[in-house]
Write a protein that binds this ligand. Structure first.
Ligand code: ADP
Length: 628
């Protein structure tokens, strides 16, 4: 009897017989029945598994003394046999124990396959081409095979000599197979109709497409097919566009063409060779959750870590490619990576270089940059809001709509400043749901009347960006809804109504303040800002913006936040305010109801109204009164 596997989801049915985890069966069913035309990717998947296994062995050799079958050369060998209709892939990597066979090839641990299933769930369609986008790892062999055998011996000296075998339907067997060398030998028995993959030339073409950069020799029927080329160490002028693109596809396991590419080398303060790519698509927009960092760390062509955390800032997780530094110790462990001051230095140097690169690209081809920005702005904003080391450089890359752009067109802070008025020492912005909402509110009109541009921000993260970004080019960033903004008088257009007499204004302001109470308003004043609107609530608290309030409330609905307190600015030229001043004496009760209503409406426009229920009820009452 074979021993149990340690995973609950596979069951041993009889001697050596196991059934697949339900998700594996589901995946296999799709793989086998899909009409996916690029069946050839199974070669890439198996070769990349072999390469991973060799890489893992290389790491183990740094620390483990006792390794089974020690002196095997680190290579991948592939043989084709047209008569037997098989293709066999052999590596001398780490191999697998009995438990690992059941765990790795009987259940889904592999993130690509998981994402694949999740994507199917989300789109509710058996879209065959998704297989190509994700690669489904080992199981892709069943697109072409009706039987797969995995002969293996683990690197562990006490490992068994084993053979895993399956027809890819319901389950698999694990049996003893004496005489294995270390690593894995995978025999793919091709199903009828798939004979092409037993032809040497066919496999050769596939290997050239997908596996040129595999950092181990690949032998096809004894002949070397790949010439390991660390593209990132070559001179730019010696690399062709096609080579770059192939390299990107290989390292990023991608199927698209990269959007941007940055290839650079530096000698000081560290020796660095880096080749970085921005993919075409932002997968996070597809709802697959956070991307994993995708820039691998090498030291003199030897892979140290293919998903190193801390090598680049979190917000650069969309980048793909390679960073190679010969200054790194080869045996740096994954755990100590993040603490290494060398890695921190690499991080700083490469990040700075990349931001400079983007800025230059934006200048060279604004349209291309905007396409990039549309998909990837979230990452730049995340950086600007969270990464104090790079806010200044990131600010140059941000783009927003504004009161002076057409709808949907973006501008940079730098461009904003070219349009700023003489002596304007601030950059004004406003946060709102969209352009229409912002322009319908009371905040922008004062700036428009004075010919001052206001940046429009539509995303909640913008609030954090703007508060973390105190200045751009020495100009302070100021919210247009802030209370303490001192604007010059608007130019007289001649058609403005007469304002309410000053004495009346003072009386009305006092009346409003008494009516609303000190807890709700800290000041009521006549202002120069308003043009079209009768009233605006201004935020005296520069630390806690209305958007932050909303977010805190959303996150902790039960926590009580300090009560809202605003500065109210009234417009003494507005008809409504003039009438209110008169009504204050003739019908104080009605005036009070109108004040309460105006106050609630101003909070609503500011995004500070906690509940609309009073506003609605009072609205009906006032309408009733208006109709007599
Ligand atoms: P992935 O390689 O993306 O993790 P796969 O389905 O291709 O997913 O493989 C699942 C697991 O099986 C691998 O993570 C690895 O642990 C193991 N495996 C596959 N091929 C080999 C191999 N040639 N040598 C050792 N382990 C392997």
């Amino acid at each position: 009897m074979s021993t149990e596997t340690g995973t609950q989801s596979t069951a041993t049915t009889s001697d050596g017989q196991h059934s697949f985890q339900a998700e594996v069966r589901q995946l296999l069913d799709i793989v086998i029945h899909s009409l996916y035309t690029d069946k050839e990717i199974f070669v890439r998947e198996l070769v990349s598994n072999a390469s991973d296994a060799l890489e893992k062995l290389r790491h183990l050799q740094l620390t483990e003394k006792d390794i089974f079958d020690e002196n095997l050369s680190p290579e991948i060998s592939i043989t084709t046999d047209e008569t037997a209709r098989t293709v066999t892939i052999t590596d001398y990597g780490i191999g697998m124990t009995r438990e690992e066979l059941a765990e790795n090839l009987g259940t889904i641990a592999h993130s690509g396959s998981k994402k694949f299933l999740q994507a199917l769930d989300e789109t509710h369609q058996k879209e065959a081409n998704l297989i190509g986008q994700f690669g489904v790892g080992f199981y892709s062999a069943f697109m072409v095979a009706d039987q797969v055998q995995v002969y293996t011996h683990s690197w562990k000296p006490d490992g068994e000599h084993l053979m895993w075998e399956s027809d890819g339907k319901t389950g698999y067997t694990i049996s003893e197979a004496p005489g294995q060398r270390r690593g894995c030998k995978i025999v793919v028995k091709l199903r009828e109709g798939q004979e092409e993959f037993a032809k040497k030339e066919r496999i050769k073409t596939i290997l050239e497409t997908y596996s040129s950069f595999v950092p181990f020799p690949i032998l096809l029927n004894g002949e070397r097919v790949n010439n390991i080329e660390a593209l990132w160490l070559k001179n730019k002028s010696d690399v062709t566009e096609e080579e770059y693109t192939e390299f990107y596809k290989f390292t990023a396991k991608a199927f698209d063409e990269p959007r941007y590419r940055m290839h650079f080398s530096a000698d000081a303060p560290l020796e660095i060779n880096a080749l970085l790519f921005v993919p075409r698509e932002n997968q996070e927009l597809w709802g697959f959750g956070q991307m994993e960092p995708g820039v691998s760390l090498y030291c003199k062509k030897v892979l140290i870590d293919d998903e190193p955390r801390g090598l680049l800032p979190e917000w650069l997780r969309f980048l793909r490619g390679v960073i190679d530094s010969s200054d790194l110790p080869l045996n740096i462990s994954r755990e100590s990576m993040q603490d290494s001051s060398l890695v921190r230095k690499l991080n700083r140097v490469v990040t700075k270089r990349f931001l400079k690169f983007l800025d230059k690209e934006a200048g060279n081809d604004a349209e291309k940059y905007e396409e990039f920005y549309e998909k990837f702005s979230r990452f730049l904003k995340e950086g600007a809001a969270t990464d104090a080391d790079h806010t200044e450089d990131l600010a140059k890359l941000l783009r927003y709509e504004s009161s002076m752009t057409d709808s949907g067109k973006l501008t940079s802070f730098a461009d904003y400043l070219t349009r700023a008025k003489d002596g304007q020492d601030k950059i004004y912005y406003i946060i709102g749901k969209d352009r229409e909402t912002i322009e319908a509110g009371p905040y922008v009109e004062a700036f428009k009347a004075r010919g001052i541009e206001v940046i429009y921000c539509f995303e909640s993260i913008d609030d954090y960006v703007m508060t973390r970004l105190p200045e751009f080019d020495g100009k302070k960033l100021v919210s247009a809804g802030q209370a303490d903004i001192d604007l010059e008088d608007a130019p007289d257009t001649g058609d403005q109504a007469e304002p309410l007499a000053e004495e009346e204004v003072t009386k009305l302001c006092d009346f409003i303040k008494t009516e609303l109470g000190e807890d709700a308003v800290d000041k009521v004043q006549a202002g120069k800002r308003l043009v079209e609107s009768p009233i605006a609530a201004l935020n005296p608290d520069t630390q806690m913006t209305p958007q932050m309030r909303q977010m805190m409330k959303a996150m902790n609905p039960d926590d009580s936040l300090p009560p809202v307190k605003v500065t109210l600015e009234i417009n003494p030229r507005h008809e409504l305010i003039k009438k209110l001043a008169a009504t204050r004496e003739s019908n104080p009760e009605l005036a009070k109801a109108v004040i309460a209503q105006l106050y609630d409406q101003s909070l609503l426009a500011a995004g500070l109204l906690e509940s609309p229920k009073d506003l609605i009820r009072r609205g009906y009452e006032l309408l009733g009164k208006a109709l007599g």
